[in-house]
Design a binder for this molecule. Structure first.
Ligand code: AVJ
Length: 336
């Protein structure tokens, strides 16, 4: 990767109480949105990476999704985290360096910080704005906590800052929300292996995983009555229009989500309602009637399936916490 595509250096955002808030620029390739979109729309099965859902509008829509009555994961994970907080803290230990993949503005993160009392909190997020907002808010709430934000894509190999200011007992990666479901099992394997390298032989991981369940429950969660999930999906095309000056006609695409039982995943697509051509700069993309853009996978696991996946990547499953209906699980993984 070219040098000028890297953001470098450290920026001290401030100090509150004894805590220091720093932010590290990391490897965020410029112009990758355009390249990824053009590459994805050139595939036989057109597809777009789900990380691009989360511009400002998309992040707001996702927050609305989390409040929908059909969308159970957020509530289930929060309730199991509340219920088992002491046990989760006992597993993770106090004084750790807590690394979160995602910017961690959530209630769950604050619960966890309060009870784990980490020596440092390292949120990793692709959005600098989201990262700074989360860091500022957490600095206010936890004035003695060192916060070291890292701007980067946690799905890629990422060099985390070495934390030396106070000796952390160990590294614990927190990866909530079943974001891991966006990866295929093969990708999740590679990702867990990479994380295993990051936490080291004494490290641990807390991973939120959406469990297999009645396909009707899954279907409803991704086809809500208010159409918020549809708007979230379609926003990706609006974003491409806005940022890449494309000419997607939104009325000629429709949200389609279904549970693919053979692959154990919800698939989201945007289906073309007409035969049409879309332009992005000098690039042209033809669509047949019914042809789709695959925008997201949301993989569901049984507890046994995820345990086997983690083990193959070098993690022993020490604990599994679930909600009352066993809709969602938080895995406590230790380096095997
Ligand atoms: C943030 C990836 C966990 O897969 O359920 C919600 C995203 N997509 N509704 C999920 C999402 C449609 C969500 N994850």
């Amino acid at each position: 990767m070219a040098r000028d595509q890297r953001r470098r250096g450290t920026q001290k955002l401030g100090r509150s109480g004894r805590g220091v808030v720093r932010y590290f620029g990391s490897v965020v390739p410029a112009g990758s949105f355009r390249e990824d979109v053009i590459a994805g729309l050139s595939l036989p099965q057109k597809s777009l990476p789900p990380k691009y859902f989360y511009d400002a509008a998309g992040s707001r829509l996702f927050e609305s999704i989390c409040r929908l009555k059909e969308y159970y994961p957020t509530r289930c994970e929060l309730s199991l985290t509340r219920r088992h907080l002491e046990d989760i803290a006992r597993f993770a230990g106090t004084g750790a360096e807590l690394i979160e993949y995602g910017s961690g503005e959530s209630l769950k993160t604050r619960l966890l910080i309060r009870s784990l009392r980490p020596s440092a909190y390292v949120p990793v997020d692709i959005s600098e704005a989201a990262l700074q907002a989360a860091a500022k808010r957490l600095a206010r709430e936890f004035p003695s906590l060192d916060i070291l934000g890292v701007v980067g894509d946690f799905m890629q190999p990422l060099k985390l800052p070495v934390y030396r200011a106070r000796s952390a007992r160990r590294r614990v990666v927190y990866f909530p929300g079943s974001t891991i479901g966006n990866l295929t099992p093969q990708e999740a394997h590679a990702f867990l292996k990479m994380s295993r390298g990051q936490v080291g032989s004494k490290g641990a991981m807390l991973v939120g995983v959406d469990l297999k369940k009645d396909a009707n429950v899954l279907h409803a969660a991704y086809n809500d009555a208010k159409g918020v999930t549809a708007a979230f999906n379609c926003n990706l095309l609006e974003r491409i229009n806005r940022e890449l000056r494309a000419d997607f006609e939104l009325r000629r695409f429709s949200h389609y989500a279904f549970y693919n039982a053979a692959l154990g995943r919800i698939e989201m697509h945007l289906v073309s309602l007409a035969r049409q051509t879309v332009s992005i700069g000098r690039h042209r993309f033809g669509f047949d009637v019914g042809e789709s853009i695959h925008t997201e996978n949301s993989c569901k696991y049984s507890i046994e399936e995820f345990r086997a996946l983690a083990l193959a990547a070098g993690f022993r499953t020490d604990r599994v916490w679930t909600d009352g209906r066993r809709y969602f699980a938080l895995f406590g993984l230790s380096a095997a």
